[in-house]
Design a protein around this ligand. Structure first.
Ligand code: NAD
Ligand code: GLY
Length: 361
């Protein structure tokens, strides 16, 4: 068992990482405040884990279940309303606890519901994808997509605890697993060169889903995320480095239609673009870029963007990025492998010339 802590003063919270934690009733019940619970899951995860979870909760609790349709395309304001419908129909009051059981889509939506239902209720995260375990369940970003932009409607709202059970990854399809690995590699690239090397060394163990290696990778990823979030909870500065590859990635996701590219896949291709742009600045070498590309390819992750997006489409989407300040795009690049930097003075012409090298006419 590893227990980490996200240090945010009175909103600090634990991250429990342990095989079997999903059925650790005593621990779960300790973090439920009132006598009502709303478990939010989806139609894929619920048949696998929902009833097991509910069985480990205190039998005296009133438990409502909300099953969302599966997929990024359903991460919308309209579908979010279903959580409020159940909460109100089942008469949940302000002391209810919303529990997210699922991947990042469920976690982001349940978190936003927790932030806004009766102006904020208790919230627990039980992430069931690798991506959600290493990234989205920690740090309090919640929200939904808008057709014009990814995660454009939401709130910062921290959970009261995060329960990570690596065993649930046994049922995760390879494509989803690989997408999560892209975010793991991201931590090495942005802030932990030793972790980057360690991950490369254990490349094959990852493919084999070796439990020890996986547990350690989840732990180190959560340590990195918790540290950055503690320093800059609402992304006034350093937290932006967690978005390496995301400005390009979010543009891909929105332009291709949500769900066509998985989030982690778009981040994978986006990280390669960020690495190439960093190479153009002379900060990292072409062999370092090639090593990253080869590694991502070995994990069956995309390393180049779709070829049907024009320069205009790219720039339109990129300028809607939440890191744009006063009309100026801020990009996360690599000062070196293991150290990200935020660049806000790249000339527009240089960015467009770079985009032109991989976009459709
Ligand atoms: P997801 O939630 O769509 O889950 C991926 C797929 O795996 C889904 O089909 C899901 O039903 C299925 N699944 C989940 N757990 C499973 C399990 N244990 N066994 C079998 N199938 C399982 O996608 P994701 O990759 O987890 O999350 C992506 C989302 O997270 C995006 O919307 C992205 O914007 C968001 N995100 C948020 C943050 C944040 O800080 N809040 C960070 C990164 C990503
Ligand atoms: N995934 C980016 C962040 O949490 O800030």
């Amino acid at each position: 068992m590893s227990t980490l802590k996200v240090q945010l003063g009175e909103r600090s919270y634990p991250i429990y990482i342990e095989s079997g934690v999903l059925s650790d009733g005593a621990r779960l019940n300790r973090h439920i405040k009132g006598n009502q619970v709303i478990v939010v899951s989806n139609t894929t995860v619920a048949p696998l884990y929902l009833e097991g979870l509910c069985a480990s909760l205190d039998p005296a609790l009133q438990i409502s279940r909300v099953l969302l349709p599966d997929g990024e395309a359903h991460k919308t304001v309209e579908v979010l309303g279903r959580i409020f419908d159940t909460a109100l129909q089942d008469k949940h009051n302000r002391s209810t606890t919303i529990v997210a059981l699922g991947g990042g889509v469920v976690g982001d939506m349940a978190g936003f519901a927790a932030a806004s239902y009766q102006r904020g209720v208790n919230f627990l995260q039980i992430p069931t994808t690798l991506l959600a375990q290493v990234d989205s369940s920690v740090g309090g970003k919640t929200g939904v997509n808008h057709p014009l932009g990814k995660n454009m409607i939401g709130a910062f709202y921290q959970p009261q605890a995060v329960f990570i059970d690596p065993d649930v990854l046994d049922t995760l399809p390879h494509r989803e697993y690989a997408a999560g690995l892209a975010e793991v590699i991201k931590y090495g690239l942005i802030c932990d060169p030793a972790f980057y090397e360690w991950l490369q060394h254990h490349r094959d163990d990852f493919v084999a889903r070796d439990k020890t290696v996986l547990g350690e990778a989840i732990r180190r990823s959560c340590v990195a995320k918790a540290r950055v979030v503690a320093e800059d909870e609402r992304e006034g500065g350093v937290r932006a480095i967690l978005n390496l590859g995301h400005t390009f990635g979010h543009a891909i996701e929105a332009a291709q239609g949500y769900g066509t590219w998985l989030h982690g896949e778009a981040v994978s291709a986006g990280m390669v673009l960020a690495a190439k742009l960093s190479m153009n600045q002379g900060w990292i070498t072409d062999s370092e870029v090639a090593r990253l590309v080869q590694w991502l390819e070995a994990m069956s992750l995309p390393t180049s963007p779709p070829d049907d997006m024009s320069v205009a489409t790219w720039t339109e989407h990129m300028l809607r990025d939440k890191k744009v300040l006063d009309g100026r795009l801020r990009l996360v690049l690599l000062a070196q492998i293991g150290e990200a930097c935020i660049v806000d003075n790249l000339p527009q012409a240089e960015l467009e010339a770079f985009i032109a090298t991989f976009s459709a006419a």
